[in-house]
Design a binder for this molecule. Structure first.
Ligand code: ASP
Length: 287
């Protein structure tokens, strides 16, 4: 974890906790924490997002609240500084859960004019021809053999004074992605889940594995069945590793306030703040 990342996590925890302390809802705290990380450029989300193989950054995000199981998500968003806010807007302004592609970008632009204006252009454009499938596939096959990691997606979970939970996540995707690839992050039940009768979960890791085991919902179901957050996360992450050789990390918060941060990746930068003392930030948690 870099110093910049540590400072950003502290800022994100403070932003989220300030809202909770003032009596704000968990969903607002999750959004505020994720916005701080999206704006920092220190993680693979918002302004720090990775580019897909055609040099364009397409971002995914989702957010869910546990009282009424409301959720919103966006996939393949371009040029948007705060995809998490776009996800919340889908939840609050429409009856849909997921908007994707250019229409999702148009939707977000309509609501978010100000913040978008300062979003820089695509990062690290490749020299490859834009979007031509055979060229993209060749490049993908060559690169995917060497690097296939999912890193530095951002996420947050929160419990507010009314006992309501929320979870969210925002990402630029994985290291090597075909144009149009969508990961677990915008898929409710895969990257994110929140249910006041179970718990709140936010995932990071290679989305292709997380999707196939619907990991966030699986962890939430184990919480609902009475498992402790650490045990629920550990058992599902172990299943992901055994069945799909998947590495991942999970933020898990139970409705009674118990929580766990677990990862099968070597490291995961994360933190928590219960309001006492200072935020706790580490990059290695109990396995
Ligand atoms: N889960 C994200 C994805 O597959 C990547 C990550 O967690 O870093 O898009």
């Amino acid at each position: 974890m870099t110093e910049r990342q540590r400072a950003c996590l502290a800022e994100a925890l403070e932003a989220g906790y300030d809202l909770l302390r003032g009596g704000g809802p968990a969903i607002a705290a999750v959004e505020a924490a994720i916005r701080a990380m999206e704006a920092s450029g220190a993680f693979n989300a918002g302004v720090g997002s990775r580019a897909q193989l055609d040099g364009i950054r397409r971002m995914d995000a989702s957010i869910m609240e546990g009282r009424d199981l409301q959720a919103g998500a966006v996939a393949g968003l371009e040029g948007i500084r705060h995809p998490i806010t776009a996800a919340r807007l889908v939840m609050e302004k429409t009856a849909h859960v997921l908007l994707a592609g250019p229409q999702a970008t148009r939707f977000a632009r309509y609501f978010e004019l100000e913040p978008l204006a300062s979003f820089p252009g695509p990062r690290a454009p490749t020299k490859q021809p834009r979007g031509e499938v055979p060229a993209m596939l060749r490049l993908y096959r060559a690169m995917a053999r060497r690097r296939r990691v999912g890193l530095e997606t951002v996420g947050a979970v929160a419990l507010d004074r009314t006992g309501s939970l929320a979870a969210g996540a925002s990402t630029g995707g994985i290291a090597v992605m075909l144009p149009g690839r969508v990961g677990d992050t915008p898929l409710i039940g895969c990257g994110v889940y929140a249910d006041d009768l179970a718990g709140a979960v936010s995932m990071t890791g290679v989305g292709e594995g997380i999707i196939r085991l619907a990991v966030a919902k699986e962890i939430a179901d184990r919480l609902a069945a009475g498992a402790a957050p650490g045990a629920a996360a550990r058992s599902v992450l172990a299943r992901l590793a055994a069945r799909l050789r998947g590495e991942a990390g999970a933020l898990v918060l139970a409705r009674d306030g118990r929580f766990a941060i677990r990862h099968t990746s070597p490291r995961m930068a994360a933190g928590w703040w219960t309001g006492r003392g200072k935020p706790v930030i580490k990059d290695k948690f109990e396995r």
